[in-house]
Design a protein around this ligand. Sequence first.
Ligand code: ADP
Ligand code: MG
Length: 711
Amino acid sequence: MDILSQNIKYLKGVGPARAKTLGDEFKIFTVRDLLYTFPYKYIDRTVIHTINRLQEDMPYVQLKGHIINLETEGFGRKLHLVATFTDGTGYVDLVWFNSIKRLQQTLRVDQTYLLFGKPSTFNGRFSFTHPELDVLQTGNSGTDNCNKVPALLPHFTSGLQPYYHTTEKMKRNYFTSRLISEIIHNAFLAIGEKTEETLPHHIIAEHNLMPLHEALRTVHFPASSEALPPARRRLKFEELFYLQIDILRYAKNRRLNYAGFTFPQIGDLFNTFYTECLPFPLTGAQKRVIKEIRRDLNTGRQMNRLLQGDVGSGKTMVALMVSLIALDNGYQTCLMAPTEILAEQHLSTLRRQLKDLPVVVELLTGNVTGSKRRDILERTANGEIHLLVGTHALIEPTVKFRNLGLAIIDEQHRFGVKQRAKLWNKNVRPPHILVMTATPIPRTLAMTVYGDLEVSVINELPPGRKPVETLHYTINDTPQLYEGIRRQLAAGRQVYVVYPLIAESEKIDLQDLENGYGHICSAFPGYSVGRVHGRMQPVEKEAAMQAFSHGDTQILVSTTVIEVGVNVPNATVMVIQNADRFGLSQLHQLRGRVGRGADRSYCILVTQGRLSDNTRRRIGIMTETTDGFLIAEEDLRLRGPGDLQGTAQSGLPFELKIADVVRDNELMAVCREAAAKTLQQDPYEQLSQNAVIWRQLKVMTERRTNFSAIS
Ligand code: ADP
Ligand code: MG
C-alpha cells in the first residue's frame, strides 16, 4: 500500500488516541487526508504592525503592546468585555463576548502582549473582536526580551506560522494547531522526497503549475510568503479540475444514458387554458420560460432545468402550464413544496385556476392519513389524479404513479440532492425535472454546482407591482415604527414582525420573540396578534398561519418560518427585528412576503443604533435595491459561499478544502475548459498520458456522498 493511504496512527507523534480524535473531529484518517488538511491562516511572526498604520481592509495582523483599561459594558446577554490596547502609536479596542470571567482573571494591565486578529472599524476607530493574545515572555537573563517573536518550530524558516483548525474538545486536550503542524512535518519525513503527481504532465506544463510535492510542502511550511500563492493555485487547480471532470463526465453519461419522455403535443388542455382560463396576461418572461421548457420536453432527453424567479414573479403559473403540457401528452405531474402550508396554498391556487378544466388536483402531505391517504395513493397509481401536490411525502416509496412524466420542485433549497434523486425511480424513465427557486444563484455558480442543469430566469415582475419601500429604523425609533404600524392597521392592513432564530442561541432568540410579542400585544390593544416559531407543534403553527392568512389576526409575530412562499396580499408591513443578523438573501425573501397586493408596502429593518461598517453597508444595499440577483451577488461577496442557501445541499461531488466556488471563479473557468478539453480529446479514457486522471478522480470521489443524480 502506498504511504499516502496509510492510517495516520502509525505516524510519529500520533498514536491511536490522537488518530481517533483527528478522525472524529475532522475525518482525517489517512496520511493523504492529513496532507490535504490545509492551514486556514498564516501569521507572519516577523511582522509586527503598528496601530497608526492600520488600514480598514487589512487581513489578520499582529500588534505588540499592552492593555491600559479593562471593563465590561452592557448587561444581561449583551454583556461584553472591552479593553483599550495601545502600542504607543495609538489605541484600539478589544472586545470579547465570551469567557469574560476567565479573561478578567487572566488579563493584566502591566503585561506585554502579542495580539493577533482582524481589525475592523467603527466610527473611524479600530477594534478587534475576540483577538488572540499571547504573553510575551521575559527572558530569564533579566533583560527585556519583548522585541523577540515567540519561539517557532525549527521548520518554519520563513517566520510564517500556519494555523490549523482545532475544536474545543481538542483544545481541552492540548491538541493544538502547532501539534498538527508537527505531525504534518513528521508525515513529510516519512514520505521522503516525493509525493506522486495527481495531474498529468501535459496539464502541469500547459497551466504552469507547481508540482504537487512542492505545493503541499509549501502550504504547510512556506519558505516565503511569495511561495504561497502559486502553491495554493496548484492545489485549487487540482480540486477544481477534478470537480469539473466529474461534473462534465457525469453530464455526458447522463445525456447518453437517460432518455426522457417526449411531449410533442400542445393539446386541448393547454390551449383551452391559455385562451379561456388565464386569469391575467402572462409576462414576457413567463412566456419565454414556458417556451424554453417546451423545447426541453421535445428533445428526447430528460429535462433538468432550474427556474429562477424572484419572489412574486409568477413561477406557479409556469408550473401550472407546464403540467398541462404533460397532461396533454398523457403524463402525470407532481409538485413538491417544502412545507405543508405551501403545499396547501399551491393546491388551492391550482384548483381555483383549473376549476373549469377536467384536471384532477389532489394533496398528499404527512397530514393526509388513513382512508383519505389510501384513496389518494390508489388514484395516483391508477392515473385518476393528474396533478399531485405535496411535501416530501411525495417521494416515499408507497407513492406510485401510473405514468409520472414531470416533477416540479418548488423552493429548491429545502430539498437535498438525495431526496430529489428518489423521484427518478417513479417511472420506467426518469421524469422531467423542473426545480423552481426564488433564491437567485448567480448563473456561473449554478452551472458549476449543478453541472448540466439548464437555467431559466424570470427576470420580470407582473405589471402593476409597487416596489416595497425599505426603511432602516433603529430601536430608538420604535415610537415612529409603532405609529406607522398603527396607521396601516387602521387602514385594514396586516403586519408581520419577524425575529431571527439562529440555532446556537435559540433560547435567547425565543425569549426575544416572546418579549416582542408581549410588547406588540400591549402596544396594539385593539388588534389580535398571532405568534409562530419553530418550537411549536406543526398543527399549532399551521393554525397560527391560517389565522393570519384569513385575516383573523392582524399582526403576526414570528421567526423565519414564514420565510418561504406564504401569500397574504393584505399584509403590507414587514418589520424585521435585529435585521443585522439575517443574510441579505434572507432579508430579501422576507421582504417578498409583502407587496403582493395593490397597496403600497413597507419593509422596516430594525437594528441597534451602533452598527459596524459592514452592517451599515448591508443595510444600505437592502434599502437601495430590490434586485434579487444583485442582492445575492452582494451576499456572496460579503458572507462567502458557505452561507449560500443551496450550495450546502447542492451536491458537490467532494468537499473543497482549498478552492472556493465563488472567489476562485476565474480559475474555475480555466479548469472547466481544461476538463472539457480532456474529455473531448480522450472520450474513451484510454490515453496513457491521462491515466493519472481517472486514478485520481477515483481517490477524490471515493468518500463522496451519493452523486447519482444531481437534480
Ligand atoms: P412566485 O414566483 O414567488 O412563486 P407566485 O407564482 O406565487 O410567485 O405569483 C405571485 C402572485 O402574482 C400570484 O398572486 C399570482 O397570481 C400573480 N401573478 C403571476 N403571474 C402574473 C401575471 N402575469 N400577471 C399578474 N399577476 C400574476
Ligand atoms: Mg412560489
